[in-house]
Design a protein around this ligand. Sequence first.
Ligand code: NAP
Length: 250
Amino acid sequence: MSNPFSLEGRTAVVTGANTGIGQAAAVALAQAGARIAVVGRSSMDETIAKIGDPGRVHAISADLSRTANLAPVIDEAVAWAGGVDILVNNAGIIRRNDALDFTEDDWDAVIDINLKSAFFLSQAAARHMKEHGGGRIINIASLLSFQGGIRVASYTASKSGLVGLTRVLACEWASLGINVNAVAPGYVVTNNTEALRNDPARYKAILERIPAGRWAEPEDISGAVTYLASDAARYVHGIVIPVDGGWLAR
Ligand code: NAP
């Protein structure tokens, strides 16, 4: 019997794959058998080394905050691998400030990368996938897709919007054989949360609320991504899987 979790013969595009959750997802998808196009604006050397098979990974350099750069990412992945079956929209940033003082720059920068680039990269991928038997799109959401948070107005708006986008694209593209879903990580030890972890009071308050009793490592998030990319999830459309150590259940 074939393994429904195997990604042998598939090609995945993972954005923001040089570090953190994106790097761990790229490594996990490769371990499941996929070829990986790793996309971002920083060196992908560490991720390529972790994947350990240079022939199965291709680095694409792109600043994803510029819409003009998005379709060429899919074109380059297709030129490299012959097709794209899986897209993981992981690249994202956060800006922290009181809502009363929040600037237009901190609003636009976060919305552009977390929401707008995820949409237009998905559009470019889906235009390819619909002609080639379908595919999988997996958006990296957040607990702030469900909750408000504090001092992160544009981030909460972007991640709440990303879940709405996941649902509308799932509805529009299911008939094309494209499954669109999301994974919502809890608190993960990455660059994104460095400021929180450097604030002893916030770090302790967050830790005490996590039923699992620890922050997540990036690798904790990869299983849900791999599942959604696989045949095991072929009838799953428009859902958000929290991977949060029980945070939302509390
Ligand atoms: P991270 O280590 O800061 O990774 C963010 C990634 O996005 C990096 O690879 C970064 O590249 C890339 N990126 C940012 N702006 C970009 C741009 N304009 N063009 C191309 N790439 C860009 O943080 P992370 O925690 O792994 O974040 C990954 C995703 O998970 C984000 O969407 C984040 O919102 C989400 N998330 C994180 C947590 C958490 O607790 N850490 C929780 C929920 C959701 P550079 O290194 O070049 O900047």
